[in-house]
Design a protein around this ligand. Sequence first.
Ligand code: NAP
Length: 430
Amino acid sequence: MQEIIKKLKASDKAFKTWKNVDFKARQALLSNVSRLLMENQTPYAKLITKEMNKPISQALAEIEKSAGMATYYASIENVLKTQKVATGLAISEVHFEPLGVILGVMPWNYPFWQVLRFALPTVLAGNTVVLKHASICEKSGDAIQKLFKDAGFPKGVFTHLKISHQEVQELIADPRLKAVSLTGSEAAGRAIAKTAGENLKKCVLELGGSDPFIVLDDANIKKAAKDAASSRLQNGGQTCVAGKRFIIHQKVYDRFVEQFLIEYKKYQSHDPQNLETVLSGMAREDLALGLMRQYKTALKHGAKILRPLKKEGPTGFQPGLLEVSGDNPITKEELFGPLGLVFKAKNDKEALAIANDSPFGLASAIYTKDKKRGQFFTLGLEVGSVALNQIFRSNWQMPFGGRKNSGYGVELSEATLHEFTARKSVIGSM
Ligand code: NAP
């Protein structure tokens, strides 16, 4: 822990200077981050694939998306400028001040994107960052630390710590650490929120999801089925905002399932370093075993096999599809791998009820040509994001976050700059 405290102190020291650096000067460094990401796109992508096994084409896309986000934050207006308020007093203004050292605890599924999604706006707001990356992605963590250094950030503004769960808890309790952001599972969210709560520290939690993907009887079935397979199986099925529960109107159920299976078959597991590969093995063997356990539990509770989940080697699968109803306990769990659940709904009202019958509330997708029906779901879904007739994909210009057990707090867009800043109200006269 001694070494960690030394780095925490250095980060706290760096904050005292960094917080006074002009917003535009901070943005210039973010432009460098964007440029360096693209210059090193291939080696970074190879590293991602080596560490967590995703197909290289998807790792390349992850780096490109991260660079786009860096450019966005490098060019936004300063939303943290002092705001004057017309109260009638000579002075009445709101200042936005960075908090200090912020801890990011990050997952392995998008090893660059998730870290940068948290870290770039956090340092732009004038904070410094310490990172605990997923254990299997420590080399990515090192590479990101070097990226910040090469982009010109002063020492201590971004520090990668290789620490255990217990050390994360101790760090949160340290008075020099001001807040924490976790992207990860519900279990990790509960553990981190508990310690943050005990120490009265703010936290942002971006947790798991079991997103509904709703197809109504007037939808373009071919497109919906193609998108459904792509949404479920991107990143080896290990995406928080993947469609995981496919809720299909009974009138088009058979047609959709037939088409869904045709699309599903296109996803065969291959070497992740091959540019043509669209599906590779999962990130860790224990995760693959966990998915197989969930599959067996689902079957025990009456799920019907539409396509069996078949193990191929230690982490690979032939993707599976199950038909289920709401009373199967599996429908309340997140399936973080290549296994989808399909529900049949009698009508729109029942489809919405199934969609909301979940402990999670992250994103969603609805396929219909009817504006009114689209609106019914947009208003009724208890989620953070809705996509109409397309796969949900986060967009750096739009706020992103979950509801219910998917967490709380906002990432992306200008809104996230307020997550780790304090408002200071100043009134009176001089
Ligand atoms: P995870 O097991 O919860 O791990 C996430 C991070 O938390 C890792 O760095 C992990 O470290 C650390 N961690 C886990 N338990 C901890 C504890 N008790 N105390 C301190 N640190 C702890 O999640 P994952 O398997 O990496 O990622 C998959 C999960 O993340 C899924 O549920 C997915 O839906 C969710 N996710 C959510 C979003 C979103 O934006 N909402 C985005 C991506 C992923 P170790 O690696 O050392 O265990």
